[in-house]
Write a protein of this length. Structure first.
Length: 364
């Protein structure tokens, strides 16, 4: 292997792929990244066997070859180099790197020992605008569970509804987020690990083209420009979450999202002692919402915001869940509706019904 590559491109590729390299794996080579030349480009790959990320970098290629090197060391070293041209050359299992006044040699391991990347054979394929998928994932991944004892809930569910719309959903049983995209889809039924979706969000970055999605029953491949992400699908049946979504509400208030966000932030400061518990009271006569939080050692707080109110009542929620939801809505107004103290709360944008967020109440 002998080639030249720019520091900017190599650094971007390494930072994109190396986060999935695992130093805690039973296979030590998974702490490495694979560097190999293909079609006059440098292909950089990292995997933890559940997720694999591949990034292609344009090069001035003089001699082909392949090697694996420690991911963390390679990324940290390249990110420390000045902007400009980097020379890479391979001598046996030693990768020589030089850039200006910097020269280094990194000991590698044969590329033949690196796991083969899986391929999607005879899979279904469709495309989606990167901007649409990025917004949807940003709004949904916050609701996925981190509890590995219930693996199905650690996934993001991507599926075609009966009308042919593409739905993206996640729930940890305490909250639920669903984004419905207007593009038509047919036969999509994927349960993708939320960690893979978080990696995909970072991979998309400011990419504005289309993403090609290819999948079979076991894995899914996302291709975005020079980057690819392959993920093993979670095996299991996703809960029928549609049954959780109330059709109508006895109590609702529509108000500026910024106002509700601000009063929730203030109340959450006093809710740390009580695991984030805040009580929201809706008053139809006053046409306002008040949020109360109590910290027995510190004091208490009540904040109010005005809005358009129908009905009345109170409900207790986890303030962190409420803040998470409010921060991913994009509109200026928010509608907050519920039916009783133990019934789910639904947050929605009155001008955009494509995204909904449900939060289960706390027993006060």
């Amino acid at each position: 292997m002998k080639l030249q590559v720019t520091q900017e491109n190599l650094n971007k590729a390494l930072s994109s792929v190396s986060r999935v390299a695992s130093s805690r794996s039973a296979l030590p080579i998974l702490a490495n990244v694979l560097l190999k030349t293909t079609n006059n480009r440098l292909c950089i790959v990292a995997t933890n066997l559940d997720i694999a990320i591949t990034y292609y970098v344009g090069t001035k290629l003089k001699e082909e070859g392949s090697i694996t090197v420690p991911a963390r060391l390679m990324q940290d070293f390249v990110s420390s180099l000045p902007i400009g041209v980097i020379d890479l050359s391979l001598d046996d299992y030693k990768l020589h790197i030089s850039a200006g006044q910097y020269t280094s040699t990194i000991n590698g391991i044969s590329a033949e020992e690196y796991p083969d990347m899986p391929k999607v054979e005879n899979g279904s394929q469709w495309t989606i605008a990167a901007s649409d998928l990025k917004k949807a994932l940003q709004q949904v991944v916050i609701a996925a569970s981190g509890d590995e004892t219930r693996p199905v809930l650690t996934g993001v569910y991507i599926w075609s509804d009966p009308d042919g719309a593409l739905c993206i959903a996640a729930t940890d049983s305490h909250r639920l987020a669903e984004k419905t995209l207007k593009q038509k889809s047919d036969g999509v039924n994927l349960l993708v690990p939320v960690s893979a979706m978080q990696d995909l969000l970072r991979l998309i970055g400011d990419y504005n083209g289309d993403i090609t999605v290819t999948h079979d029953d076991q894995q899914v491949l996302f291709e975005a420009g020079d980057a690819q992400l392959m993920a093993r699908l979670i095996d299991g049946k996703y809960p029928d979450y549609k049954k959780l979504i109330p059709a109508e509400f006895a109590t609702s208030i529509t108000l500026p999202r910024a106002d509700l966000l601000n009063v929730t932030k203030v109340s959450s400061l006093f809710a740390r002692e009580s695991a984030g518990s805040v009580t929201l009271t809706v008053d139809e006569e006053k046409q306002e919402l008040s949020i109360t939080s109590v910290a027995s050692q510190l004091g208490e707080n009540t904040s109010t915001a005005s809005g358009k109110v129908v009905g009345g009542g109170s409900i207790t929620l986890n303030s962190r869940y409420l803040l998470d939801a409010l921060q991913v809505f994009g509109g200026e107004q928010i509608t907050f509706g519920f039916n009783g103290k133990l019934e789910p709360v639904l947050l929605s944008d009155p001008d955009d019904s494509d995204y909904i967020h449900i939060i289960m109440p706390l027993k006060s």
